[in-house]
Design a protein around this ligand. Sequence first.
Ligand code: ZN
Length: 221
Amino acid sequence: MDYQHHWKDGTPIRLPLGKIVCVGRNYADHARELNNPVPDEPLLFIKPATSAVHLTRPIRLPANRGAVHFETELAVLIGRPLTDASASDAEAAILGYGLALDLTLRDLQSRLKAKGEPWERAKAFDGACPLSPFVAADQMPRNQLTFTLDIDQQRRQSGDTRDMLNPVTTLIAHMSSYFTLLPGDVILTGTPSGVGPLATGQTLSLELQQALFVETHVVSG
Ligand code: ZN
């Protein structure tokens, strides 16, 4: 594993990635597109540090594992330890914002869900979390962030933090009541609608708030 956090100017961020804490169904329109109920409490799961890869490098699709779906998500880099944090503590602990793909083996996930089994194999495999460089939080607006994914120059996903069921700081505070968050940990905040399968040869262009632009390509594993 050779993943390391970076700022968007290429400077390394000297914090270890411990874990990536994620939320499912944080946008009602995405819950509906997969025919999932909107949960009354955030649905949390963790991707291990070994799932992280650089989004700026080509995405290698796992072979023979069925459909690999993209889910474009706002990624939050944590800068201070948080345990049972308040929303204002959570806000003060946000060091940077970036973008992530929460890659999901959708066929496998559907089989696991049908059997009531954990999702790990569908969500936590090696390479399952391409992460972009980060933009410093103090250079970004506090309450509203927007992001987009284009594939081969067609708009596929548009996210706006105002559409989240659980806003970023509330979500981080809630996560920290179960999992202590450490500097270098990353939060994925859920995907808006528009998810779909990746295919070899595609070009993905991601943009966050006119502040971060990343282009990447899908190659076969
Ligand atoms: Zn997701």
